[in-house]
Design a protein around this ligand. Structure first.
Ligand code: ZN
Ligand code: ZN
Ligand code: ZN
Length: 79
């Protein structure tokens, strides 16, 4: 099912965290209203009955990166 992906990079060396822009993840489920394979002929009220009308909860990713963050590197703190 289509959902947003939310990524927060945490940089271990300095402890700063940065949120990346939310990314839309598309599925190819014919029964998902947001999918590219969802037929354009499928419209309410039948669509409401057969298809997902909402995006799923966002998936959170929190990768831990063993480095200094870009802004620390820019400011020369990462020497
Ligand atoms: Zn979908
Ligand atoms: Zn539909
Ligand atoms: Zn930093």
């Amino acid at each position: 099912m289509c959902h947003w992906r939310r990524v927060r990079n945490t940089y271990r060396r300095c402890g700063h965290a940065f949120d990346l822009p939310d990314e839309m993840i598309q599925c190819d489920n014919r029964y998902c209203k947001f999918s590219l394979t969802h037929p354009s002929t499928c419209v309410p009220p039948s669509c409401t009955a057969s298809c997902w009308q909402y995006r799923q909860f966002p998936q959170q990713y929190n990768p831990q990166i063993d480095a200094f963050c870009p802004s620390c590197i820019q400011q020369g703190k990462a020497a």
